[in-house]
Design a protein around this ligand. Structure first.
Ligand SMILES: Cc1cc2nc3c(=O)[nH]c(=O)nc-3n(C[C@H](O)[C@H](O)[C@H](O)COP(=O)(O)OP(=O)(O)OC[C@H]3O[C@@H](n4cnc5c(N)ncnc54)[C@H](O)[C@@H]3O)c2cc1C
Ligand SMILES: *[C@@H]1O[C@H](CO)[C@@H](O)[C@H](O)[C@H]1NC(C)=O
Ligand SMILES: *[C@@H]1O[C@H](CO)[C@@H](O)[C@H](O)[C@H]1NC(C)=O
Ligand SMILES: *[C@@H]1O[C@H](CO)[C@@H](O)[C@H](O)[C@H]1NC(C)=O
Ligand SMILES: *[C@@H]1O[C@H](CO)[C@@H](O)[C@H](O)[C@H]1NC(C)=O
Ligand SMILES: *[C@@H]1O[C@H](CO)[C@@H](O)[C@H](O)[C@H]1NC(C)=O
Ligand SMILES: *[C@@H]1O[C@H](CO)[C@@H](O)[C@H](O)[C@H]1NC(C)=O
Length: 528
């Protein structure tokens, strides 16, 4: 199991109609969080004292793209090419204090291309390069006292833009590293001993770092498929895994967390203290022996409805396959240069990378034989149109993934349904408990995918960490029936809205204006 040390808890919730906010009503400068260049923004001396208290770890980073812009203070033609080539990699953005991978969330305000604008609008102003929970606490306290927007960045992989914001102080948790292995674990001040292996991991630890640290011990964790995803965002969001089919979600594994609260306390949350705050961390498991299968089913007649008939049929088999322990990732592609003829024709279909744990090749083949026989024997696809390939080259894999328009991950099922998180429950959207697959459609208007959506019943819920940022009913989609309870906790823990993000629990009282300020919504100011 993992215990995450130094995790900043950012379930975000606004205040009920309480006295302190009512007192602020009518004071215009209190209606928005402070922005640089105004009287409410702290002085240079004030920032310098924050810097001293963090041991000199305060940064005021220039936008990384500025090295490519003549006229910018950090312009450096020698460094520009490396920034340009790093820009499309996760590694570049994780190593930068303010950059995020999905750059539209930095308002594309300083891309590494001369000739385009470079303003730095859209990036945080100051960053604490945190390595301890005390650094994080100092940042939380400062933001609360000075009414400054606060964000937390770990790897900066976030699809929904919550790891950056304009006019903000950012706590950068990427360098909160470290892993400790336990043979058994006693949650602090609890009268229980959990007799399984566990780890304590810093919240900036990334999947690859954890997998390699544990590999030497023949252990592994319920972790993500992305090498560079960090435990901070993975676990606060839920966290699906190839091992979820057996053990549940990442969050279900958590035994204890060290949490910095919005009031600036560092607390331990586990099944017997601060139970409201207790959300996620987990144990390790023996590394399973994995039997894997990579399978592509494609047709060159890409307009034919039968292609999607085939895809739909395969997806309809996922619950049965999941019940038999299969997990993995499926990618649907609608128009991709056919890797088998050098791209002369175009192909549509599905490719899958699937695993069975502690099983045999024979069992894998038996699982798929009836499905492949059904496809070959049905009139879903003419035999000549069907390209069936059980051994995919890396090149073919790349081609398919480039043409991908929808992903279906078989990462839920029995393990998630039967998970028993310590402390009796967590914030995971209840729809996960009855789900088998997690589907992501990249092209919202792609009518080809509509029938698949129906089959997959996306109305059941959505996975926050990989969701559509415009999701209209996000409270319900991401947290389901847990929302009301989470909102109550948020209001109790963070009455002053020190933490705010969107879409996040309890953010309804504030909105970001077009010029990047964070302001109370009118209805809220006038009610107060
Ligand atoms: C290539 C890739 C592969 C992925 N694979 C999987 C997968 O297999 N399974 C899966 O479930 N998800 C997967 N995801 C989604 C991933 O879980 C989310 O994008 C997640 O939010 C990333 O977390 P992060 O900490 O790396 O990123 P960040 O962008 O740094 O942080 C994400 C969010 O978490 C918050 N946060 C981070 N650390 C902390 C902390 N210590 N305290 C409080 N808040 C914190 C940030 O404020 C932000 O809101 C993948 C994403 C990518 C890009
Ligand atoms: C913080 O202090 C360190 C060391 O004293 C210094 O190098 C750094 O520039 C300071 N940061 C800011 C934002 O002034
Ligand atoms: C530009 O970057 C190069 C490589 O990092 C460095 O050696 C050089 O000193 C920099 N030039 C200026 C003017 O900062
Ligand atoms: C942040 O802190 C880490 C750990 O001390 C250090 O290695 C890294 O260079 C720092 N980054 C910046 C940009 O100051
Ligand atoms: C891990 O498993 C391998 C292969 O079964 C074995 O040789 C090795 O000794 C194991 N290592 C540990 C630390 O248990
Ligand atoms: C399957 O893929 C392999 C590797 O890409 C290729 O060599 C082989 O010809 C393909 N088989 C068919 C039937 O397309
Ligand atoms: C984003 O950029 C646009 C165009 O440059 C600008 O009008 C807008 O104010 C910017 N938004 C923020 C939040 O900085």
């Amino acid at each position: 199991m993992i215990i995450l040390a130094t995790l900043i808890f950012n379930i975000i919730l606004p205040v009920p109609f309480c006295a302190s906010l009512a007192a602020a009503a009518g004071r215009r400068d209190q209606d928005c969080k402070a922005v640089p260049g105004t009287a409410s923004w702290p002085s240079k001396n004030s920032w310098a004292s924050l810097n001293r208290s963090t041991g000199g770890r305060l940064l005021q980073p220039a936008p990384p793209g500025a090295v490519c812009h003549p006229g910018q203070p950090t312009y450096n033609a020698t460094e520009c090419p490396a920034v340009q080539s790093g820009w499309s990699t996760f590694e570049f953005h994780q190593a930068d204090p303010i950059s995020t991978y999905w750059n539209q969330w930095n308002n594309d305000s300083c891309l590494p291309e001369g000739g385009l604008p470079c303003s730095g609008q859209g990036y945080p102003v100051h960053v604490i390069n945190a390595t301890t929970s005390d650094h994080a606490r100092l940042g939380v306290d400062y933001a609360r006292r000075h009414n400054i927007r606060l964000v937390i960045k770990s790897s900066g992989h976030e699809f929904l833009g919550r790891s950056g914001a304009p006019n903000a102080l950012s706590i950068w948790t990427h360098h909160i590293k470290g892993v400790q292995v336990h043979d058994s674990f006693s949650p602090r001040h609890c009268n229980v001993k959990i007799l399984s292996t566990a780890i304590t991991a810093g919240s900036g630890m990334q999947m690859e770092e954890l997998y390699s640290a544990l590999d030497a011990l023949n252990q592994t964790i319920v972790g993500g498929g992305g090498r560079t995803v960090s435990v901070g965002g993975y676990l606060t969001g839920g966290g699906h895994s190839l091992l979820s089919a057996s053990y549940g979600l990442g969050t279900d594994q958590v035994l204890e967390m060290e949490v910095v609260t919005p009031s600036g306390e560092i607390v331990t949350a586990n099944e017997c203290q601060n139970t409201d705050l207790f959300r996620a961390m987990g144990g390790t498991y023996p590394t399973p022996q994995i039997v894997n299968l990579v399978l592509a089913l494609a047709a060159t007649d890409i307009q034919s409805p039968s292609v999607f008939g085939m895809v739909a049929y395969i997806l309809s088999q996922f619950p049965r396959l999941g019940d038999q322990g299969l997990s993995g990732y499926a990618f649907i592609f609608t128009a991709t240069p056919n890797p088998y003829d050098g791209g002369v024709t175009t192909a549509a279909g599905i490719f899958m990378a699937m695993v069975l744990q502690d099983s045999t090749t024979k069992a894998m083949n038996e699982l798929w034989a009836p499905i492949l026989a059904h496809i070959a024997g049905s009139r879903l696809l003419g035999a000549d149109a069907l390209t069936r390939n059980l051994t995919l080259s890396a090149e073919a894999f790349k081609r398919f993934s480039e043409g991908t328009t929808g992903n279906v991950y078989l990462v839920a099922g029995k393990g998630v349904r039967n998970a028993t998180p310590r402390g009796g429950g967590n914030s995971v959207c209840p729809a996960w408990r009855s789900a088998y697959v997690h589907a992501k459609a990249f092209d919202r208007v792609n009518h080809h995918l509509e029938p698949l959506r129906k089959i997959l019943a996306p109305e059941s819920g959505a996975y926050m960490n990989e969701a559509d940022p415009q999701e209209p009913d996000w409270q319900h989609q991401f947290w389901g029936t847990n929302y009301a309870r989470l909102l109550r906790i948020k209001r109790a823990v963070d009455p002053g809205d020190v933490l705010w993000c969107t879409p996040c629990v309890g953010n309804e009282r504030w909105h970001q204006t077009d010029d990047g300020r964070l302001c109370q919504v009118d209805a809220w100011s006038s009610l107060a």
